[in-house]
Design a protein around this ligand. Structure first.
Ligand code: 5GP
Ligand code: MN
Length: 316
C-alpha cells in the first residue's frame, strides 16, 4: 500500500482530526492547511485547524473564520502537519501532534526530519500547496473554487509569484484550470503578495537603510529589532518579504535578514544561483530549501551576523 493510500485510510477511520502547521505561518502554511481543511469537510469529516496567530492579509481565505487558537481535545485520532520541516517548528502546538494516535506529515522541505508515522514529502515541489493538489487529486476530492483559492495562495507565496526556479509546468496547468473555473487569479495575487501593510512598508524602509554588502557585493545583510517592530506597531507577518530586497540587487548571491524575537535571532536566508542556503542554515541549527532557508540563533544580532558571515565565506 502506498503512503497516500495509508493516509487516506487513516483519514477515513479517524473520528477526530487536527490540521497543524509551523508558527509564524506564511501563505503556503495557511493556504495548504485551509485547503486540506476544506477538502476534509467536503468528504464529510469535521476536522479542526489550529493556528494561534497568522497575518491578517490571509483573512479572505475560505475557512479562516473557523481557525482555532487551541482545542479542548487533547488526543486526536489523527494529526496532519503541513509545510513543516521539524516537530520543533510546530512549537507551542506540537502537543496536539505528539499526543495524536496517528501522525502524518505532508511537506516539501528536503530537511524534513520524517517526524510522522506517515510522511509524504516531495522536496521538488515549489510549495507544499502544490503537493496537496496532487494528494487531493489522488484522493479523488474535487478541487472546488474554495480549495483552489487556498492552494493558489500557497503557491503564489512560496514561488514569489511564479518566479522562483522550482515552478513546474504543473504549477501553470493548475493556474490555467483555476482561470477556467472563474477564479480571479490576479486579485488573489495582489492580495497575498503585492499589497503591503503600512507596518511592513515601514519595516522594509528601516531594513533597506541598514542594508550592508559583504564579499564584494555578493552578500547582502540587514536586520530589524524588537524596538523597530514596536515603533511601527508590527503585527504577525509584517516582516515577510524584507529578505527579498537584498536578493534582488544586481551581483547579490545571498541575502540575509535577521529578525530579533523573544526567542533570539530569527534568520532568513535567500540565494539566487549557486549557494545552498539550506546547508548553511543546517549548520546554524535550522534548515529549509536550497534557495530559501532559515534558523533561530540564541545570541545577539552582532554575534549572529559574525557567525553567519564566517559560515558563508567558505561557500562564496
Ligand atoms: P523564512 O525565511 O521564510 O522564515 O523561511 C524560509 C524557509 O526555511 C521556509 O521554508 C522555512 O520553513 C525554513 N526555515 C526557516 N526557519 C527554519 C528553522 O529554524 N528550521 C528549519 N528546519 N527550517 C526553517
Ligand atoms: Mn512552504
Amino acid at each position: 500500500m502506498s503512503t497516500l493510500d495509508s493516509i487516506l485510510e487513516e483519514i477515513n477511520k479517524a473520528e477526530s482530526i487536527v490540521i497543524l502547521t509551523h508558527e509564524n505561518p506564511d501563505g503556503d502554511a495557511i493556504g495548504t492547511g485551509l485547503a486540506l481543511y476544506n477538502a476534509l469537510k467536503q468528504i464529510g469529516k469535521n476536522p479542526d485547524i489550529i493556528i494561534p496567530e497568522y497575518p491578517r492579509i490571509f483573512e479572505f481565505l475560505p475557512g479562516t473564520d473557523e481557525i482555532k487558537k487551541e482545542s479542548d481535545i487533547k488526543k486526536y485520532d489523527l494529526a496532519i502537519s503541513v509545510d513543516c520541516a521539524t516537530i520543533k517548528m510546530l512549537n507551542g502546538f506540537s502537543n496536539y501532534f505528539e499526543d495524536a494516535k496517528v501522525k502524518v506529515s505532508i511537506d516539501h522541505h528536503s530537511t524534513n526530519t520524517m517526524f510522522g508515522d506517515y510522511n509524504y514529502i516531495s522536496p521538488d515541489a515549489p510549495a507544499c500547496a502544490q503537493i496537496l493538489l496532487v494528494v487531493l487529486e489522488y484522493f479523488k476530492i474535487e478541487i472546488t473554487k474554495d480549495i483552489g483559492t487556498c492552494i493558489l495562495a500557497g503557491i503564489i507565496t512560496d514561488t514569489g509569484g511564479f518566479k522562483y526556479s522550482g515552478v513546474t509546468s504543473e504549477t501553470f496547468k493548475f493556474v490555467a484550470e483555476l482561470l477556467e473555473k472563474g477564479i480571479n487569479v490576479s486579485k488573489i495575487y495582489r492580495r497575498v503578495l503585492q499589497t503591503k501593510t503600512k507596518a511592513n512598508f515601514e519595516l522594509n524602509r528601516i531594513a533597506t537603510n541598514r542594508l550592508e554588502f559583504f564579499e564584494d557585493g555578493k552578500v547582502a545583510f540587514t536586520y530589524i529589532t524588537k524596538e523597530d517592530e514596536e515603533k511601527v506597531n508590527s503585527e504577525s507577518g509584517d516582516h515577510e518579504g524584507i529578505v527579498e530586497t537584498g536578493r534582488d540587487i544586481e551581483g547579490v548571491e545571498v541575502s540575509i535578514f535577521i529578525r530579533q524575537t523573544e526567542k533570539g535571532c530569527k534568520v532568513s536566508m535567500r540565494s539566487n544561483e549557486y549557494v545552498n542556503v539550506s546547508d548553511v542554515c543546517l549548520l546554524l541549527g535550522g534548515g529549509g530549501h536550497v534557495h530559501a532557508a532559515g534558523a533561530t540563533m540564541q545570541c545577539t544580532i552582532e554575534q549572529a551576523k559574525e557567525k553567519i558571515l564566517r559560515q558563508l565565506k567558505s561557500v562564496m
